[in-house]
Design a protein around this ligand. Structure first.
Ligand code: CP
Ligand code: NVA
Length: 311
């Protein structure tokens, strides 16, 4: 079943898909979510197997992929570096050859983007990025779907990114290029966006602000993430000092548009990157955002395995 003559499609960075493909995915996400809420059985992936490889911790990504695959009629297998040969120096290319002969699709959470690119180059089946140091495309897929649910199209809108120029920030910036919206970024000095690492074509869709209040002004969506991402724990003490003024608080939400929403990919640290009154307040859509990982990734699995369905 998994043998393919042509090279498989992968989702390794947000810019791997076109705007038309994202529009299709958002529509499929809406339909799949609606069916699921109506308790309608939908098993298009019967006998298909997803392998999930985790080199870093996860709650939402594991749960949403594993539950999602099950709900589509398929099976999911969890591998981690601790209990498999992956942590004992087996070349990533060899692992890709073997794993992709025994499965239909693979999701990987790892460190450098290069690891997942090398895996994909040797995989017979589609590979999905479940987070790398550089990108988190599945999260942004769900986040933009969540924005669309609350406000309609994101085209021409402004997203304020407050904090670290990390994997989430880079992916928002790529998404802005693909879907034609703007990102206002404010990072502490020394943590600015690196356009090449972010994989950007240009700088037309983002603007940097020294003061986070200026980045948040008139934004349609305000979002942030942890000050210290997984893999950077050794920098925690230095970062805690550097990021102290980059907390999304109620005053910051006040300068955004009155209808602006707050998002956070989670896990969150109340009192650090976000004030409790914001994440637990009326503008926060973080629980919808987390839930939509499930629905958006089901649409993604369906698309990568079955292609575009005829309407
Ligand atoms: N947001 C997200 O990817 O969460 P996990 O680290 O729990 O998977
Ligand atoms: N930027 C965070 C996201 C966690 C989902 C990290 O990489 O740890």
């Amino acid at each position: 079943m998994n043998q393919k003559n042509s090279a498989p499609r992968h989702f390794l960075q947000f810019k791997d898909f076109s705007r038309a493909e994202f529009e299709y995915l958002f529509e499929r996400t809406r339909q799949i979510k609606q069916q699921f809420k109506a308790y309608q059985k939908y098993w298009p992936l019967t006998d298909r197997t997803l392998v999930m490889i985790f080199e870093k911790a996860s709650t939402r990504t594991r749960l949403s992929f594993e539950a999602g695959m099950h709900q589509l009629g398929g099976a999911a297998i969890y591998l981690n570096t601790r209990d498999s040969q992956l942590g004992r120096g087996e070349p990533v290319e060899d692992a890709a050859e073997v794993i992709s002969r025994m499965s239909d699709i693979v999701m990987i959470r790892t460190y450098e983007q290069d690891i997942i690119e090398r895996f994909a180059a040797h995989s017979r089946v589609p590979v999905i990025n479940g987070l790398t140091n550089e990108y988190h495309p599945c999260q942004i897929l769900a986040d933009i779907y969540t924005f669309v649910e609350h406000h309609g199209s994101i085209q021409g809108k402004t997203v304020a990114w407050i904090g670290d120029s990390n994997n989430m920030c880079n992916t928002w910036l790529q998404a802005a290029e693909v879907l034609d919206f703007n990102v206002h970024v404010s990072t502490p000095p020394g943590y600015e966006v690196e356009p090449e690492r972010a994989g950007l074509y240009g700088t037309d869709h983002f603007e940097e602000f020294a003061d986070p209040m200026d980045a948040a002004r008139d934004a349609d969506l305000v979002t942030t993430d942890v000050w210290t991402s997984m893999g950077f724990e050794a920098e925690n003490a230095v970062r805690t000092k550097a990021f102290a003024d980059w907390q999304v608080d109620a005053d910051m939400m006040k300068v955004a548009k009155p209808e602006a929403v707050f998002m956070h990919c989670l896990p969150a640290h109340r009192g650090e990157e976000v004030a409790a009154e914001v994440i637990d307040g009326p503008k926060s859509v973080v629980w919808d955002e987390a839930e939509n990982r499930l629905h958006a990734q089901k649409a993604l699995l369906e698309f990568l395995l079955l292609g575009k369905l005829r309407s």
